[in-house]
Write a new protein. Structure first.
Length: 86
């Protein structure tokens, strides 16, 4: 883990446990969160065609009903709100 994220280890552990309890991967969790909003476009990064295909396949899956409220209550806004990323 990068040194800059070490202070958030407990928050990241909570998010990982949240994903395990909902039987989803971190990627699927992020995509399902994005799908909650009425957006026209999303930008994502990938390092290979395999990663792009994985993102696409996860995005095309039938939406899974996930309650993200526990995440919002537990994690600082800068984790899930891009307006606070810098």
């Amino acid at each position: 883990m990068p040194i800059t994220l070490e202070k958030y280890q407990k928050n990241l552990d909570y998010w990982n446990n949240f994903n395990k309890r909902n039987f989803i991967t971190e990627l699927r969790s992020c995509i399902e969160y994005i799908k909650l909003f009425n957006i026209d476009y999303a930008v994502c990064g990938f390092n290979s065609p395999i990663q792009l295909k994985e993102i696409y396949n996860n995005f095309m899956k039938k939406p899974k009903k996930i309650n993200f409220d526990p995440i919002k209550l537990r994690l600082p806004k800068k984790f899930y709100d891009p307006r606070y990323w810098n």
